[in-house]
Design a protein around this ligand. Structure first.
Ligand SMILES: Nc1ncnc2c1ncn2[C@@H]1O[C@H](COP(=O)(O)OP(=O)(O)O)[C@@H](O)[C@H]1O
Ligand SMILES: [Mg+2]
Length: 631
């Protein structure tokens, strides 16, 4: 089995699904707001199809007038009518295009905003699983594919059907014998036409899948961290080969589609030319025997050339409609994902004043893949439905307003998980997390955001200016407040020295700043937001020792007077905490103050000797975090 055969069969696994009535109804739902325009559009398409039959008949009339030696005025009148028809067709064509463009673009707008809004509501768990490239492709390619159903296919089917019926009626009216013979040639190409249509649709879909996969590969590899990883550990040759394999397949598909289409058009041209010869021959024969007017022969010939185009279009309409519906389904699939975490309709605000933080016998397992994600967005065949193993087994603690609770413990114990439950990035399975005495599930997302501020190990920055990244936390902050936050984060000097100052664009994930600078910027953001509760998840773990001191000082500012949950790897922070929890395997193994825990001589004492024994931090009285914390 060659590599592309593998790709190919993988792509085909998730293809065939019956179109349900519900899907069609839903598509109708998206059309409903535009139904006035849609109706007008369809009516116009039908009128235009009717007009198209008119000019061949009029042309025949002119020929007859010439043969019968009718007065000039008749010829001129009919010629003027033909001109009028042409003008009307052109005018209506423009109006119709305007209508269909408006419809199509509005539909794209509706679908795009719906998908964007919905994806934004998805929980963090969704984004940890989904491949960005695949999601972006949904927003772009599939939305456009769905739009095509509305404009091209819909007008095509309606207009072509009417053209076909009217043309046939006119032809049969002139000579049913010739019509019948001309139609006998049809099956010659209708059968292969259908088959070719199906084949083209399948090729197109495969190309779309490859394009999405290439998009994914590019978005992942061509980000600063991705590119760095490939340079350090990756196999560039392998990456190139994989990309080239898909790109080559897309090329082959492109050539094959073009050839199939042109074979199709050539066959069509040939068949209609043959049919035309038949009309002229047979029509001429009847005309010579005076059984048919010469004008009728001309009209027949002209009508015939207009017969095959709609026939072809209708032959492939089924395939077009099917592929458009597939696009709709791929969009609906995303819209149907229920956000695991939703705000209650009667959600309330975090109570005013100082806020206590409370964990009450919290049990938690990360949600299984099938609850939060889509197989096609992860690019796997089926999703894991096994429930995640429980990570937290009954965590209880309470940080009184203004207190600092420190979490310590070995890596993988569940500290970050505890931190993520507080801003409700995930929901607990049992027990409750409370802010100011209220279960976070009863609070509005906005008020949680306003109350909590979090700094994590990998402080993320958007690819925007420093100002924009800071104002994210509080858009209404003044210039003075921004500089104040920067000063307190020990970052003002650096920003002043940049040529563009606050308007310097930092790379995606802050790649143009050093780790320490990026961290201090996220701390400045926290200071600007002035949250009542601060969560620090190893906020200084990734720093070198020179920037460490500056960041520690900035953190001291951030913590002063606030309720804080701090995941610490530094003795200085831990010593200053009002309460220390030692987390082991998702449980609180020990709790108490530094002195109490040391005296107890348990796990904490062990950690103290191994993890915290850093000679540089033996002078806690110099430590700003310690100094800022309430005694
Ligand atoms: N997004 C996730 N999905 C599934 N399991 C996770 C996820 N994040 C962490 N875990 C698991 O949860 C456990 C606790 O992790 P974490 O809270 O990050 O530990 P800590 O911060 O104490 O090092 C680990 O076993 C880890 O593998
Ligand atoms: Mg962690």
């Amino acid at each position: 089995m060659t590599a592309w055969h593998q790709l190919y069969s993988m792509n085909n696994q998730r293809e065939r699904r019956p179109v349900t009535r519900a899907t069609l109804r839903r598509i109708g739902g998206f059309a409903r707001p535009h139904r006035a325009r849609l109706t007008l559009f369809l009516v116009l398409s039908v009128v235009m199809a009717g007009l198209a039959v008119g000019s061949p008949l009029l042309a025949g009339r002119v020929v007859d007038a010439i043969f019968n030696g009718e007065p000039l005025s008749v010829v001129v009148t009919v010629a003027a009518l033909i001109a009028g028809l042409a003008l009307a067709e052109a005018g209506l064509g423009l109006v119709n295009r305007w209508l269909s463009a408006g419809l199509g673009e509005s539909l794209i707008l509706d679908l795009r905003t719906a998908v964007f809004d919905h994806v934004q509501k998805m929980p963090v768990a969704f984004f940890t699983r989904t491949r960005t490239g695949a999601l972006v492709s949904r927003l772009n390619n599939d939305v456009i594919g769905a739009q095509r159903a509305f404009t091209d296919t819909l007008s095509g089917v309606a207009g072509n059907f009417v053209t076909l019926v009217l043309t046939l009626i006119a032809m049969i009216g002139i000579s049913w014998q010739i019509t019948l013979l001309a139609l006998l040639l049809l099956p010659l190409f209708m059968v292969p036409a259908r088959r070719m249509g199906t084949r083209i649709a399948r090729l197109r879909r495969e190309a779309a899948d490859h394009n999405a996969a290439m998009g994914t590969q590019m978005t992942e590899r061509f980000s600063a961290p991705g590119a760095t990883l490939v340079k350090l550990f990756g196999r560039p040759a392998h990456e190139s080969a994989e990309f080239a394999l898909r790109a080559r397949r897309v090329r082959d598909i492109g050539v094959r589609t073009a050839m199939t289409q042109s074979a199709f058009v050539t066959a069509l041209t040939l068949v209609s030319a043959l049919a035309l010869a038949l009309v002229y021959g047979l029509g001429g024969f009847y005309a010579l025997r005076d059984q048919l007017a010469p004008g009728a022969v001309v009209a027949m010939a002209m009508l015939l050339t207009r017969l095959y185009a709609p026939l072809t279009a209708l032959a492939s309409a089924r395939v077009d409609v099917m592929s458009a519906i597939v696009s709709f389904e791929r969009v609906f699939e995303v819209l149907d994902l229920k956000p695991l975490i939703q705000e209650r309709p009667d959600a309330r605000e975090v109570p005013e004043g100082p806020v206590a933080v409370e964990f009450d016998d919290v049990r938690f397992a990360y949600p299984s893949a099938d609850k939060v994600s889509l197989a096609s967005l992860e690019e796997v065949a089926t999703l894991d439905s096994r429930g995640g193993v429980e990570v937290l087994h009954g965590i209880s603690f309470r940080a009184e307003p203004g207190q600092m609770v420190a979490l310590v413990g070995s890596s993988g114990a569940g500290k970050s998980t505890i931190a993520q439950l507080l801003p409700r990035l995930y929901d607990v399975d049992a027990g409750a997390v409370r802010l100011g005495g209220v279960d976070v599930r009863d609070l509005t997302a906005d008020s949680i955001r306003d109350t909590l501020g979090m700094v994590t190990q990998d402080g993320h920055l958007f690819h925007e200016t420093i100002r924009a990244n800071l104002l994210l936390a509080r858009p209404e902050a003044t210039e003075g407040e921004v500089w104040d936050a920067l000063t307190r984060a020990r970052l003002a000097g650096l920003v002043e020295s940049l040529p563009d100052g606050l308007d310097t664009v930092v790379g995606e994930r802050g790649y143009r700043l050093s780790g320490g600078e990026r961290q201090r910027l996220t701390i400045a953001r926290l200071l600007l937001a002035r949250p009542r509760v601060v969560i620090l998840d190893e906020a200084t773990a990734a720093l070198d020792s020179t920037s460490e001191a500056a960041v520690q000082a900035a953190l001291g500012e951030a913590l002063a007077g606030r309720t804080a949950v701090v995941i610490a790897h530094r003795l200085s922070t831990v010593r200053a905490a009002d309460l220390i929890l030692v987390i082991e395997d998702g449980r609180v193994a020990e709790r108490g103050t530094h002195a109490e825990l040391l005296a107890a001589g348990g796990r904490y004492e062990e950690l103290y000797r191994t993890q915290f024994a850093e000679p540089t931090l033996s002078a806690p009285e110099d430590d700003p975090v310690a100094a800022a914390a309430p005694a």
